[in-house]
Design a protein around this ligand. Structure first.
Ligand code: GDP
Ligand code: MG
Length: 441
């Protein structure tokens, strides 16, 4: 998609005269690309009209940077489409919230419930899981297994067949135990959709959730809009989580889900594992959708903010794709020393919102310093290994002792490392610009 859009814009800006016709051709090309990325037809058409309104053909002809104006207009328009205009309900730590998950079978609900619980648990919440899927054989076992692995309390039954009863019992039980995040997993059976929606209505009415999350498999393509709308018409969906973004899905379905539910995407699932879960950030997502941010925005940023003499080394390391704890240490040093490099990493999906949430720069700095203290207690072997598996329990304990921190904190730091390493690995094989290229900028 990114390639096609970039090509279309390129072709247009190469044209000697930019008139209505050339702009239309360019927009048609972009429309095709968006449809291919599973953005719903109606949304594509609205977007085309909006862009035509924004992009003034006379401005373009007057020799302004046409490419940039159009690219920016598309970017902004897609960002707007992902912003329903109001944030979703946000649970508060220490105050009981009930969150109900809905979505078709196989969309990733049960997996996502656990990821959501685990994500909050790591931040000091007291989550709990309720299995109100009494339809699928093995549903309770699956949730139980996930919950046990993450050490999260769970509730369910092998014999009870009434999902409403279980949901209510589970929610009541965990309210009494003062859990602050009670997550209700539901059934998503196919082919009996009327019955499914009726069941969702009943569970929702009985448990009175503070938030209903619609879980959607990103690979369902053009079906996204109708599916999301069908759920929204049955229960008051207030947020969306898009799963399987690690696969071949092009992500356009997320736009449809937002449009159909008028709710924001809050997280995305990027793998089968518990920690493959990212806070959703509109801009990096759109960059990825357009392919422009992919790494080009990132590279621009590197050129802009990393001191010239450090660029070749950093780019070399990027292209090798082996992210070691030592590289993380050095990047942390950079972040602390010269602030702006933080901006470089804030362009990467999953990094900014996790490590450096907006408005919490002080806390982030303190956290980075804490991580560095722990890394100071590591051996060279540990720092230079790109294999996270070498960090066994005894090493973790030794590092905690050596740095006077908790084992939990060392583990948290290693989680951060793993997340960054994963992002880093995507940059393997990146084409490294020569010094000459850089000087030309
Ligand atoms: P449910 O029927 O909606 O509860 O869906 P499940 O949670 O059982 O997930 C269905 C399948 O999708 C399982 O094999 C999960 O491991 C897989 N899955 C869920 N989320 C993701 C994701 O983000 N990425 C990938 N690759 N697989 C996922
Ligand atoms: Mg399930």
């Amino acid at each position: 998609l990114g390639g096609t859009i970039t090509r279309a814009i390129q072709q247009m800006s190469n044209a000697t005269i930019i008139d209505e016709k050339v702009l239309n051709e360019c927009l048609n090309e972009i429309n095709r690309a968006l449809l291919n990325a599973d953005v719903q037809f109606q949304l594509v058409r609205n977007m085309q009209n909006n862009i035509k309104r924004i992009v003034n053909i006379d401005d373009l002809a007057a020799g302004h940077n046409k490419r940039r104006i159009i690219q920016q207009a598309i970017f902004n328009e897609l960002c707007n489409m992902l912003d329903p205009g109001k944030p979703s309900f946000t649970p508060k730590k220490g105050k009981t919230s009930v969150i109900m998950f809905v979505g078709l079978q196989g969309s990733g609900k049960t997996t996502t419930c656990t990821k959501y619980a685990y994500y909050h648990q790591k931040k000091g919440w007291k989550p709990a899981l309720v299995c109100a899927d009494t339809f699928r054989a093995g549903a309770f076992d699956q949730l139980k297994q996930n919950a046990t692995k993450a050490k999260i309390p769970f509730y369910g039954s092998y014999t009870e067949s009434d999902p409403v009863k279980i949901a209510v019992e589970g929610v009541d039980t965990f309210k009494k135990e003062n859990c602050d995040l009670i997550i209700v997993d539901t059934s998503g059976r196919h082919k009996q959709e009327a019955a499914l929606f009726e069941e969702m209505r009943q569970v929702s009415e009985a448990t009175k959730p503070d938030l209903i999350v619609f879980v959607m498999d990103s690979s369902i393509g053009q079906a996204a809009f109708d599916q999301a709308q069908a759920f929204k018409q049955s229960v008051p969906v207030g947020a969306v989580i898009v799963t399987k973004m690690d696969g071949h899905a092009k992500g356009g379905g997320a736009l449809s889900a937002v449009a159909a539910t008028k709710s924001p995407v809050i997280f995305i699932g990027t793998g089968e594992h518990m920690d493959e879960f990212e806070v959703f950030d509109v801009k990096p997502f759109v960059s990825r959708l357009l392919g422009m941010g992919d790494w080009s925005g990132f590279m621009d940023k590197i050129h802009e903010v990393v001191p010239k003499d450090q660029q070749p080394e950093l780019l070399q390391k990027l292209s090798e794709g082996n992210f070691t704890l030592r590289i993380m240490y050095e990047q942390f040093q950079n972040i602390l020393k010269m602030g702006p490099i933080g901006q470089v990493f804030s362009m990467l999906p999953g990094f900014s919102s996790e490590l450096m949430p907006k408005g919490q720069e002080k806390e982030s700095q303190a956290k980075i310093k804490r991580y560095m203290t722990m890394m100071d207690s590591m051996t060279n072997e540990e720092l230079d290994s790109s294999n996270p598996k070498i960090m066994n329990d005894s090493r973790i304990m030794r590092i905690a002792r050596g740095s006077g921190r908790q084992v939990r904190e060392v583990m948290e730091m290693l989680e951060e490392y793993k997340r960054l390493a994963k992002i880093w690995s995507k940059m393997k094989g990146l084409k490294i610009p020569t010094r000459g290229d850089m000087n030309m900028r």
